[in-house]
Ligand binder design. Structure first.
Ligand SMILES: O=C(CO)[C@@H](O)[C@H](O)[C@H](O)[C@H](O)COP(=O)(O)O
Ligand SMILES: [Zn+2]
Length: 195
């Protein structure tokens, strides 16, 4: 029964965090982020995504929704998670240090007009901040997914979707919901025949 109390408390935290995503101010930012993604793809540019730990999984999960399919039938859309290539991650980490694991890949892959999505619940992971800064230098547009105070990535990004919670797990749970909401908005455009 004690477990039930803990579980119910955590479910309640999740519901409260989810409710804040319905705030008009947050929905406006979410809509702007979706528009940025759609515009990037229509311009023939691509999405790059990265984060650490659970956020690495989120980056991969979201990228796969684009290249594969979310819900509706549409063409494959260009998105790459920079968290998947263990050769690149270990070589760059070993030779240049862990803070460079994303920035070096951004240097190699990002083109002006690409959209880079950095995911960090604290908003302060050094490798995520460095990756975003490198992307900015290269003329990319930047979206950050973070927690309550936004952290450093909110200083760097064009749009920061910062979830109003300081509990890492709850923020991650909202990040994947945000990812799905963005995919849904993208589906509505590209499944209706837009190129
Ligand atoms: O999934 C979890 C915790 O739920 C962890 O793997 C978590 O992602 C890692 O501790 C990350 O290093 C946290 O980094 P960040 O979200 O602050 O950028
Ligand atoms: Zn987690």
């Amino acid at each position: 029964m004690e477990n039930h109390q803990h579980m119910k408390a955590e479910i309640q935290e999740h519901l409260e965090a989810a409710a804040t995503l319905k705030d008009p101010e947050f929905l406006n930012k979410l809509e702007k982020a979706a528009e940025l993604i759609i515009e990037t793809i229509k311009n023939g540019k691509k999405l790059l995504l990265f984060g650490n730990g659970g956020s690495a999984s989120d980056a991969q999960h979201i990228a796969a929704e684009f290249t594969g399919r979310y819900v509706k039938e549409r063409r494959g859309l260009p998105a790459i998670a920079l968290t998947t290539d263990t050769s690149a991650l270990t070589a760059i980490g070993n030779d240049y240090g862990f803070p460079a694991v994303f920035s070096r890949q951004v240097e190699a892959l990002a083109q002006p007009g690409d959209l880079v999505i950095g995911i960090s619940t604290s908003g302060n992971s050094e490798n995520v901040v460095s990756g975003l800064l490198e992307a900015k230098n290269r003329g990319c547009r930047l979206i950050g997914l973070s927690g309550a105070n936004g952290g450093m990535i909110s200083v760097v990004c064009d749009i920061t979707l910062n979830v109003n919670s300081d509990i890492t797990a709850r923020v991650q749970e909202m990040h994947i919901l945000i990812g799905h909401l963005l995919c849904s908005a993208v589906d509505r455009i590209f499944a209706s025949g837009e190129k």
